[in-house]
Design a protein around this ligand. Structure first.
Ligand SMILES: Nc1nc2c(ncn2[C@@H]2O[C@H](COP(=O)(O)OP(=O)(O)OP(=O)(O)O)[C@@H](O)[C@H]2O)c(=O)[nH]1
Ligand SMILES: [Mg+2]
Ligand SMILES: [Zn+2]
Length: 356
């Protein structure tokens, strides 16, 4: 089975398909490769959903197997495995996700909405550029979302060819990426790209996330070895990107594996609450185990190991503040979601919970 036709299909997805039961479980599933306003582009795979007793499988991935269906009422993201209706006009079911990178999409009024950037990803590459000052707070947020997604986070520091001395930026970002690999790469010179390629082993799906202009699409072009994605110069003065990539899209890696290019996002706000904060701030949580009081707030309690670390210079107080802010944001979000759910219950509608 080559990466060209399996699209990342696994026994887990087969089980999810079987669990749909009935007619749905007998249909050929497809992977959602791109979303445009109102439309999803689907790819079929030779491997997906093929049963031993079936004479032939679904068609292999080729342009002829690419179909477009309407997005009516389907809550889908790029990377999803879906079951289209028999006429391949719309999506009838979305298979249970193995992971999903979800952020809060809007702050309009009091209606919070989730935006799933990518689904069924094995590795999330959080891309930051070496050409701007390190943004530790942004990386911390991204790491929380990445850990909550269920995928494995990796940090990629891009544009290595433009940085004379990347050490300070690397050190600053590595300091907040506790236990997470940090790679330095350049999509232009090709430096470090082989190391990133290794994450695709076994036909994995890798999503690249980061602010506009950090070089996600350029890295993808370097990884696939051709100009698969359009890129655009950043603004000269402030190095900000131009939001060149406008839709998330699945890209095949020669030799196996899948990449998901995503549009740069300005803000990363929390949506789900799992163990993301605990994992992203593992260092602080380990310290907390050594506070004298189990309910220590790390304010002015005696024998507080967290404040001890700040006083001793081993914990940056800005990182502690950042964690406290994220904990508060998560608590506010949970309260807000409870209110919304109650309102929906009263109206007799139930919004499906994020599927992951
Ligand atoms: N010198 C150099 N330039 C790079 C590198 N990576 C990206 N660039 C340039 O930075 C600009 C933005 O790169 P893109 O790949 O379009 O950035 P992006 O992250 O995909 O941006 P959005 O699609 O807007 O989210 C382009 O002009 C690229 O040529 C790199 O490693 N070295
Ligand atoms: Mg791009
Ligand atoms: Zn404490």
């Amino acid at each position: 089975m080559t990466g060209d036709v399996d699209l990342g299909w696994t026994p887990g997805f087969q089980a999810a398909l079987d669990a749909l039961g009935g007619d749905l479980a007998e249909r050929a599933p497809a992977r959602l490769a791109r979303i445009d306003r109102g439309w999803s582009t689907l790819w079929y795979s030779a491997a997906a959903g093929r049963r031993a007793d079936a004479p032939t499988g679904a068609p292999a991935v080729d342009p002829a197997a690419e179909v477009r269906v309407r997005n009516i009422g389907a809550d889908v993201a790029v990377g999803d495995w879906v079951v289209p209706d028999a006429d391949v006009q719309r999506i009838d079911a979305v298979l249970a996700r193995s992971s999903a990178f979800v952020r809060r999409a809007s702050f309009e009024g009091d209606r919070a909405e989730a935006h799933t950037i990518a689904a069924n990803i094995d590795v999330v590459m959080l891309v930051h550029t070496l050409t701007t000052p390190p943004n530790q707070r942004r990386l911390e947020r991204e790491l929380v979302l990445a850990f909550d997604s269920g995928a494995r986070p990796v940090v990629v520091l891009s544009k290595a060819d433009l940085s004379d001395d990347p050490r300070r930026t690397v050190a600053a970002l590595a300091a907040v990426a506790v236990g997470v690999p940090v790679h330095v790469a350049s999509g232009v010179s090709g430096a470090g790209v082989d190391e990133l390629h290794a994450y695709a082993a076994g036909g994995s799906t890798i999503a690249l996330l980061g602010a506009s202009g950090v070089g996600k699409s350029t890295l993808i072009n370097a990884l696939v070895g051709r100009h698969a994605r359009h890129t655009e110069d950043v603004r000269f003065g402030d190095q900000r990107g131009r939001h060149t990539t406008t839709a998330a899209e699945l890209v095949a890696l020669p030799g196996g594996g899948w990449l998901i290019d995503t549009p740069g996002v300005r803000a990363v706000s929390l949506w789900s609450s799992g163990h993301g904060i605990e994992r992203a701030f593992r260092d602080i949580f380990e310290l907390m185990d050594h506070c004298r009081f189990r309910d220590c707030k790390h304010d002015d309690e005696p024998d507080c190991a967290v404040r001890g670390a700040v006083a001793g210079g081993t914990l940056d107080p800005a990182r502690l503040d950042s964690m406290k802010r994220l904990v508060a944001e998560e608590a506010a979000l949970e309260a807000e979601q409870r209110v919304q759910e109650r309102a929906m219950d009263r109206r007799g509608v139930r919004r499906p919970r994020p599927k992951h």
